[in-house]
Write a protein that binds this ligand. Structure first.
Ligand code: UGA
Length: 443
């Protein structure tokens, strides 16, 4: 099939390239000429394991082309995927500006039999609104519109494993009302080893929000339990393990710590709050999910303040700035929020992240950046682990502790061996796990 993907962020780029890998001819269209120019040179504008290799391979096979123009990239295509950004507006509702602009731009160029697939995360009802808008414009322009169909096909890939997720989906949700659209999508995904779920567009839209909000809620729930564990000297990791053995609960997304960040969970939960309120329904369960998540950052800062007896002029090494490991994405990063709070409290912060330092430096130029984790920790009063990059567990902690001024380790992701740190003379604190080691105040 001949496909154009509009919007080459995480979702668009990964989707387009995996469709090409599957044998389709794909044009990647974006209105940002810089992004397209970088892609043309074989450079991925985002860090994502395996993405650049996939790009190089598909370009070499001649299956991928790039464009910044709708008049060039849309005519003659069987399918157009819309993967533009749908950020939060100031009120927390979803901003559909980019989607509106993309739809308007498609109007004169779509083939009369084209299927338009919305992959962007959009509030319930958006697919029907988008179709109405496009049909109205085509009619006004005297263009055929009767056989243009719309599909809601939400994406469930995770940053850091986006290529793998896109190649190995756990489900394919197809929200449509026309048989033609279902058949086209079934043909497109016929090789996939995943259940295909045909649903209404509204159901597809809600499956996406409900999934993200449920996972976010799972994280906030275990973080609430973490606080209760801490109050009783219990270890939330063992509580999570015990819960996760119940197959109805499952072990994943029960890692307590600093809570969730990224470009999806915070914005999608906020959007769902708006969607519930718009229908007069209670959003309390989600309000609380967000509140618990915000409180993780202040809890971490309070713990550090208590351990150091104040933050002003204390030297803090902050390990991790990306919102999760294996990405350079700092959007809504909890670690970055800690950095901001520490700077506001006049601490001297030196940060290190394997991939996200360039992005962080644009947002927080006042932060010091170290070339490696050890350098960040030399002379520090405390080390804060904010992102669970596996490499942080492998650090030479004996040497790091020896080079610190006072030896406080705040492990916001519960990923280090607290007992081992205590044996090396450190004072270990986690989030809902027993503290270990003596504090300076212990005498
Ligand atoms: C999330 C969903 O997992 C994807 O299925 C979805 O497609 C995507 O949003 C999206 O809507 O596009 P992502 O934001 O990439 O993916 O990352 P996750 O792995 O879900 O992690 C989100 C946040 O939760 C991270 O900050 C992570 O550190 C945190 N987290 C995750 C926890 O604090 N505890 C956990 O147990 C799991």
């Amino acid at each position: 099939m001949r496909i154009t993907v509009v919007g080459v962020g995480y979702v668009g780029l990964v989707t387009g390239l995996t469709l090409a890998e599957q044998g389709e001819y794909v044009t990647l269209l974006d209105v940002d000429p810089v992004r397209i120019a970088r892609l043309r040179t074989g450079e991925s504008p985002i860090y994502e394991p395996g993405l650049e290799e996939l790009l190089t391979a598909q370009v070499a096979l001649g299956r991928v082309t790039f464009s910044t123009r709708y008049d060039e990239a849309v005519p003659g295509r069987d399918l157009v995927f819309l993967c533009v950004g749908t950020p939060s507006n100031a009120m927390g509702a979803t901003d559909l500006d980019q989607l509106s602009r993309a739809l308007e731009a498609l109007v004169p160029h779509l083939d009369p039999e084209c299927t338009v697939v919305i992959k962007s995360t959009v509030p319930v009802g958006t697919n029907r609104w988008a179709k109405d808008l496009l049909v109205t414009r085509r009619r006004q322009a005297g263009l055929p519109w009767e056989n243009i169909s719309f599909v809601s096909n939400p994406e469930f890939l995770r940053e850091g494993s986006a290529v793998w997720d896109s190649r190995n989906p756990d489900r394919i949700v197809i929200g449509a009302t026309e048989d033609h659209a279902f058949r086209t999508m079934e043909r497109l995904y016929e090789g996939a080893q995943a259940p295909i779920l045909p649903v209404l567009p509204e159901e597809a839209e809600l499956i996406k929000y409900a999934s993200n909000a449920f996972l976010a809620q799972k994280i906030s729930f275990i973080n609430l339990m973490a606080d209760l564990c801490e109050a009783h000297g219990a270890d939330v990791r063992r509580v999570a393990e015990g819960m996760g053995l119940d197959p109805r609960i499952g072990p994943r997304f029960l890692a307590a710590g600093l809570g969730f960040g990224g470009s999806c969970f915070p914005k999608d939960v906020r959007s769902l709050v708006h969607q519930l309120k718009a229908k007069g329904l209670s959003s309390i369960i989600l309000d609380e999910t967000l509140r618990i998540n915000r409180a993780r950052v202040s809890l971490a800062v309070r713990k550090l303040t208590g351990a150091l007896g104040g933050l002003a002029n204390r030297r803090i090494a902050l390990l991790g700035l990306a919102f999760k490991p294996n990405t350079d994405d700092i959007r809504e990063s909890q670690g970055l929020k800690i950095a901001e709070a520490l700077i506001a409290a006049s601490a001297q912060v030196t940060a290190y992240d394997p991939e996200a330092m360039a992005n962080a430096a644009e947002r927080l130029p006042e932060l010091q950046y170290a070339a490696n984790p050890e350098e960040a920790c030399v002379g520090a009063d405390a080390v804060v682990v904010a992102t669970d990059w596996p490499v942080f567990a492998e650090l030479p902690w004996e040497r790091i502790l020896a080079d610190m001024r006072s030896k406080v380790i705040l492990d916001c992701r519960n990923m280090l061996d607290g007992a081992a740190i205590a044996e090396l003379g450190g004072r270990y604190m986690g989030m809902g796990v027993p503290a270990a080691g003596r504090s300076d105040q212990d005498g």
